[in-house]
Design a protein around this ligand. Structure first.
Ligand SMILES: [Zn+2]
Length: 324
């Protein structure tokens, strides 16, 4: 029996000195994942983290890329970026990392996000999401042609995979066997969408990803794509012990560990060899079910287990509202 495990790492709060030990740990255990980056330093408060402008950090990113980790984009920076800045940022990304990213994930409240926030949801869930997250009152305009934040055309040309719905269990594909899929309502500026397991911080990560659930993933021959912020995982010079022992457990298990785009491309290839379409078009009813599950996951971690970033931020005062 085998299983697939990968992480999509949101770059929030990732500084060279706190993120390098985590990638060293992953590398030592053969767990190759996808790290997103910012081209520019954050321009909004209280976001923080290194960007490709820091030469030492850039060297680290190039080094992990050479080791087999995938690098993806998390908007060109934290804050609002205009089209010209984004296009320049993408060129700088290409020059520094040898090519454009295959994967992009939206960062929290950037106006230039593509189908950001509530826009990932259809009616009526989009209205509910807007109520749950008042910050989404600010509009997202990355896919609005007349906006100065528009870059949807370039996004469609460059980016193959975009992140959407999140679920509260380790076997991501059990919740969404159609990943990666086409969302006909969001196809003008996006290509393929993928789902992930919702683990925004180490509290949720350790709850959902541990020896017991990894054994379960293996029994199910499952695929786990975890969304998290590894930039949070080091405190006082120490990697979170739960995370550390889980990664070491994965290292001993010898599962299938590849970056997110490789995992998704393997799924596509398997479909093609089986004579199926590369990616299914998502029907509204299926999307509605995933939207409901996504919302229930958010509600569970916000109000029931209180492990999500709303609670987590109380631990670290400078930490912001729930971030993507
Ligand atoms: Zn983010």
């Amino acid at each position: 029996m085998s299983f697939t495990f990968t992480i999509i790492d949101d770059t929030d709060d990732a500084f060279l000195d706190t993120i390098k030990p985590i990638y060293d740990l992953l590398y030592e255990n053969g767990v190759l994942i996808t790290k997103t980056v910012w081209v520019y330093p954050p321009r909004d408060e209280p976001s923080s983290g290194d960007s490709l402008q820091n030469p030492e950090y850039l060297k680290f990113i190039q080094d992990i890329q050479a080791k087999g980790f995938e690098i993806g984009l998390h908007n060109v920076g934290s804050g609002d970026y205009t089209r010209d800045e984004i296009l320049e940022g993408l060129e700088e990304y290409r020059e520094k990392l040898g090519g454009y990213p295959d994967i992009h994930i939206n960062h929290s409240y950037n106006k230039d996000s593509i189908y950001g926030g509530h826009k990932r949801f259809n009616f009526p869930f989009n209205k509910i999401v807007k109520m749950l997250y008042p910050q989404y009152a600010k509009n997202f305009e990355g896919e609005i042609r007349k906006s100065q934040y528009f870059w949807g055309d370039e996004h469609k040309k460059i980016i193959k995979f975009s992140r959407n719905h999140e679920f509260g269990g380790i076997n991501t594909l059990k919740y969404d066997p159609r990943t990666p899929y086409i969302d006909p309502k969001r196809s003008e500026f996006c290509n393929l969408w993928f789902s992930s397991t919702f683990a925004p911080n180490q509290w949720v990560f350790n709850e959902l990803i541990n020896e017991t659930t990894i054994d379960q993933l293996e029994r199910e021959n499952g695929t786990c794509i975890v969304f998290t912020h590894l930039g949070y995982f080091m405190r006082d010079g120490q990697i979170d012990p739960g995370f550390k022992s889980t990664i070491e457990y994965l290292g001993r298990k010898k599962g299938n560990y590849k970056p997110v785009s490789d995992v998704l491309n393997d799924i596509i290839e398997k479909r093609v060899t089986e004579g199926k379409p590369r990616a299914p078009k998502l029907r509204s009813l299926v999307k509605a079910r995933m939207e409901l599950q996504h919302l229930m996951t958010r509600v569970k971690f916000r109000w029931m287990t209180k492990l999500d970033d709303y609670a987590f931020k109380d631990l670290k005062k400078e930490m912001f509202d729930e971030k993507d």
